[in-house]
Design a protein around this ligand. Structure first.
Ligand code: ATP
Length: 243
């Protein structure tokens, strides 16, 4: 039991939840360590959405709304942390949802699908094929999903697969707390924010953007500039950390 008055109550609660998800086979052990890396960056960010992230979230919502075949790629961490928010983003954006795992097993895919469905997500099913220029199972995705998508949202993606998606011509939106990761650098658009903050913000923008704003927002960003702004915001925070 975590005492509610603990200053890190929410963070400890999330850790406990993720440990439970790992024990149930939803989250991989590697996913737990990836969460730790994310937490470290979130500490530096101040555990709130930065101004640059908000701009990226608006552009990301616009990209989903402009897409012909948008797909949200969901892994164990994302499902464990944000299943309910993904259902709302799916409703607001009309995107398909595909379970796509780095450490892929039939059993984990099924467990994550069940978890998502319990929260109201419609999950694409099918037989995955090796459609990405990557070795082994990391190349697998669904022909009707990521395989034929024009825009793919990848919360917490690995750098290699992000690069492979860009290489086959996808517009890739990444959510990654580390502005220096290979994923952040290679994605078409990077949201430097925590996934449970980023997805609801995107949903809000999907609902709020006026029709005539959408095209402008979907094209009016420069990813390097957004990343530079994110790093600058972190730097500024650190400069004043001991004031
Ligand atoms: P890359 O391959 O892109 O250079 P990496 O090796 O760190 O980066 P992974 O370990 O595959 O990539 O993915 C973990 C990434 O996800 C980390 O960059 C981490 O900051 C980020 N991350 C972890 N938890 C969260 C979260 N809750 N919200 C957003 N990002 C997160």
């Amino acid at each position: 039991m975590i005492p509610e008055d603990h200053p890190r109550y929410r963070s400890l609660q999330v850790r406990e939840h993720l440990a439970r998800c790992a024990a149930e086979g939803i989250l991989s052990l590697e996913g737990l360590t990836a969460h730790g890396r994310g937490e470290a960056f979130d500490y530096l960010i101040g555990e709130k959405t930065m101004e640059s992230a908000l701009r990226a979230e608006r552009a990301a919502a616009a990209l989903l709304l402009c897409a012909e075949r948008p797909v949200i790629s969901v892994n164990g961490n994302t499902a464990a942390l944000a299943a309910g928010s993904i259902a709302l983003l799916q409703q607001a954006s009309n995107a398909a949802v595909e379970v796509n795992l780095f450490h892929r097993t039939e059993e984990r895919t099924r467990k994550i699908t069940t978890l998502l469905e319990r929260h109201g997500v419609t999950v694409l099913e099918g037989i995955p094929e090796r459609l990405l220029p990557l070795s082994h199972d990391r190349a697998l995705c669904l022909p009707r999903g990521i395989g034929s998508a024009d825009v793919v949202l990848v919360p917490l993606e690995d750098g290699d697969r992000c690069q492979a998606l860009v290489d086959v011509g996808k517009t890739v939106i990444a959510i990654d707390l580390n502005p220096l990761s290979r994923t952040a650098m290679t994605a078409t658009l990077t949201i430097v924010d925590e996934v449970t903050r980023a997805i609801p913000q995107m949903t809000r923008f999907c609902r709020a953007l006026a029709r005539e704003e959408v095209h402008l927002c979907a094209t009016g960003y420069e990813n390097r500039e957004l990343l530079r702004s994110a790093i600058r915001e972190i730097q500024l925070r650190l400069d004043h950390a001991l004031d």
